[in-house]
Design a protein around this ligand. Structure first.
Ligand SMILES: [Zn+2]
Length: 110
């Protein structure tokens, strides 16, 4: 079943059916538009929701701020971990060269 979907009410772009992991939804085909239905069990239900203009509510400013904050915190955490890894790699390198010196010293004494 391939129904002709009404265009997006926000930007007038074509709508498209989407399926993922056995769930269906309809969304605006424009990248700059967030119009999308909920994920539902059947394609028919997704189409009905699109045609009825039942979209997932867009995120509020505070929800967007919260997500942005979490992403920033996660990025900071990631760069902390990367710094620790680089630090440990420097320590390993210096221990390896120390081990090499000791080994040469031992060989010399044998
Ligand atoms: Zn749109």
């Amino acid at each position: 079943m391939k129904a002709e979907l009404k265009p997006c009410p926000f930007c007038d772009s074509a709508a498209q059916n989407q399926a993922s992991g056995g769930m269906y939804y309809c969304e605006c085909s424009s990248d700059c538009c967030a119009a999308t239905t909920q994920w539902v069990d059947t394609e028919e239900m997704a189409v009905l929701k699109w045609e009825a203009r039942e979209f997932d509510p867009p995120l509020s400013a505070s929800e967007i701020a919260e997500i942005t904050e979490k992403e920033t915190a996660r990025d900071a955490e990631t760069s902390d971990v990367q710094e620790r890894i680089a630090d440990l790699q420097r320590q390993i390198a210096s221990l390896e060269s120390l081990a090499e010196i000791w080994e040469q010293e031992l060989n010399r004494r044998r």
